[in-house]
Design a protein around this ligand. Structure first.
Ligand SMILES: [Fe+2]
Length: 281
C-alpha cells in the first residue's frame, strides 16, 4: 500500500515531534504493509512550509530507515491566498514529489466561491488537486454539492482511512461511506500525526473497503491510484462516480448513522444508496 498523506517529518508541524517518533511511525506503517510514504507537512498560517528544511529532514529519516520504505515529499496545502499565490508562482513546488498531484485542504470556517477559480488556476499551471478529507469539513458535509463542480473540473478526493470506521465520529463515518458507495473517493490515506491519537493505520481501512466493496476497490484506493499520484501519471480507469454528472444535484443523506463496520457483504449495493440519490422532482 501507498500512503499519500502522512505527517512523518519531525518538528515541522503538529506531526511527529522528534526523530524517534518519525522512525517509529514509519516502522508502524511498514508493519501495516506500506511501501511508500508521502510526507506532507502542513502549509498554513500556523505552520509555514519550508521546502529545503523538509527535504533535509526527509533525507535524514530516509537514511535511518534504509530501503525498508520509500519516502517522498509533498505538502498538506491549505487553500489560503498566500499559498495560492506562491503555488502559482512556483508551479509544482508543493505537489507530490514535484510531479503535479497537490493535496488541498479547505478551511473549516469558510469556503468562498472565489476558491473555485483558485482550483482552476492551480490546474492551469499543472497541478492535479486532491481534496483532502472532505468528510471532516463541516461546510462540505453540510453542502456536499459544492464538491460537484470541483470534481467535474477534475479534482480528486482523498478520505482519511479511519473516517470510514468511525474514528472521526459518526458524521465523518456516514459521509465518507456515502462517498465510498458513490465511487467519489480516489484515495485513502492515514493523515497520521503520531502513534496514538492519529496513528499511521491503513490496513484496517483496506480490509474494510475490501469487505464492503470488493478487493479491487481497496487496491484502487490504497495502491493503484496512489501509485499513479506518486509517479505523476494519470489515474487508471475509474468507476463511474454515481450522480456526479446528473442534471439535478445529488442528494446526500444528512441522517448520519453509523454504517456498522464491515458488516455488509462485499459486492452488494448499500441499502442506503436508494435513499441517497432520489432525483429532485
Ligand atoms: Fe494532514
Amino acid at each position: 500500500m501507498i500512503d499519500i498523506h502522512h505527517h512523518l517529518i519531525y518538528g515541522v508541524d503538529d506531526g511527529a515531534p522528534n526523530l524517534e517518533t518519525s522512525l517509529a511511525m514509519a516502522q508502524e506503517a511498514i508493519h501495516e504493509g506500506v511501501t511508500h510514504i508521502v510526507c506532507t507537512p502542513h502549509a498554513n498560517d500556523v505552520h509555514p512550509y519550508r521546502l529545503e528544511r523538509n527535504r533535509e529532514r526527509l533525507d535524514e529519516i530516509q537514511a535511518a530507515l534504509g530501503d525498508s520504505v520509500q519516502l517522498l515529499l509533498a505538502c498538506d496545502f491549505h487553500l489560503n491566498a498566500d499559498n495560492i499565490c506562491d503555488a502559482l508562482e512556483y508551479p509544482l513546488r508543493y505537489s507530490i514529489d514535484g510531479k503535479g498531484y497537490l493535496l488541498v485542504e479547505f478551511s473549516e470556517l469558510a469556503i468562498p466561491p472565489q476558491l473555485d477559480d483558485a482550483l482552476n488556476r492551480l490546474r492551469g499551471v499543472g497541478y492535479t488537486c486532491i481534496l483532502t478529507h472532505p468528510e471532516r469539513n463541516p461546510i462540505i458535509v453540510r453542502k456536499p454539492e459544492r464538491m460537484v463542480q470541483w470534481m467535474r473540473s477534475g479534482a480528486l478526493v482523498q478520505v482519511t482511512a479511519s473516517s470510514l470506521y468511525g474514528r472521526f465520529g459518526r458524521i465523518a463515518e456516514s459521509f465518507s461511506n456515502q462517498l465510498l458507495d458513490l465511487n467519489w473517493i480516489h484515495f485513502l490515506a492515514t493523515d497520521a500525526h503520531n502513534l496514538t491519537s492519529r496513528p499511521p493505520h491503513l490496513r484496517k481501512a483496506y480490509d474494510y473497503v475490501a469487505n464492503r466493496c470488493g478487493v479491487e476497490t481497496a487496491e484502487r484506493l490504497c495502491q493503484l491510484n496512489p501509485l499513479a499520484a506518486i509517479s505523476g501519471h494519470k489515474l487508471p480507469r475509474q468507476p463511474e462516480p454515481i450522480g456526479l454528472y446528473e442534471d439535478e444535484p445529488v442528494k446526500f443523506s444528512q441522517n448520519f448513522k453509523s454504517s456498522g463496520v464491515g458488516h455488509r457483504p462485499a459486492g452488494k449495493p448499500p441499502g442506503i444508496l436508494s435513499r441517497l440519490f432520489r432525483r429532485a422532482k
